[in-house]
Design a protein around this ligand. Structure first.
Ligand SMILES: Cc1cc2nc3c(=O)[nH]c(=O)nc-3n(C[C@H](O)[C@H](O)[C@H](O)COP(=O)(O)O)c2cc1C
Length: 167
């Protein structure tokens, strides 16, 4: 059994929508359990569930060309949560389809996950199409066209969690 947590901050629903698709893809992998936590609704998400997860996926809206401050605050103040040695992955949503800062936001989150001792993964381009480079950085206006890509991302992350942590 692999347990996956998806932690998002989603003020107006876009990032939460992507989290739902990612969860759907991950849950389609046999023996995988997924829960989504929106820091907007609960800034103190279920510690036992997260600490016992094999993978934690972080989703943030882009604020000022980087990750949102509530997500940054949560990661920085997450000392009570055990993130070390878990699979980590990131995604973002943004308004601009022309480079609003989504990739910088992902890379900032990646550096924070490395600091926490997480094993960071995106599947990269290694698994072919759809190519997922450093993680989905999705523009709001074309979000609904990216449901399948998000499901694939979730499926790949779940498969990697099983490959790394199944006994
Ligand atoms: C304070 C603030 C700053 C933002 N800054 C950017 C930005 O720099 N680039 C961009 O493309 N979108 C920016 N946006 C738009 C959000 O990233 C976008 O609407 C996102 O999908 C919202 O996610 P949510 O619906 O999950 O809250 C900003 C939104 C807010 C509220």
């Amino acid at each position: 059994m692999s347990r996956i947590s998806i932690i998002v901050y989603s003020q107006s629903g876009n990032t939460a929508k992507c989290a739902g698709w990612i969860a759907e893809g991950a849950a389609a992998v046999e023996n995988t359990e997924v829960r989504i936590f929106n820091l907007k609704e609960d800034p103190n998400p279920d510690k036992d569930y997260i600490n016992s997860s094999d993978a934690v996926i972080f989703g943030s809206p882009v604020y000022s060309a980087n990750l949102s401050w509530p997500m940054m605050q949560w990661i920085q103040m997450s000392g009570a949560y055990k993130l070390a040695d878990k699979l980590g992955a990131c995604f973002t949503t943004e308004n601009s389809p022309d480079g609003g800062g989504g990739e910088l936001a992902i890379m900032t989150m990646v550096s924070m996950l490395l600091l926490k001792g997480m094993v960071v993964y995106s599947s990269g381009t290694s698994l072919g199409r759809p190519f997922i480079h450093i993680g989905p950085a999705l523009a709001a206006e074309t979000l609904d066209q990216k449901a399948d890509l998000c499901k694939t991302y979730g499926e790949r992350l779940a498969n990697k969690a099983h490959a790394l942590f199944d006994k």
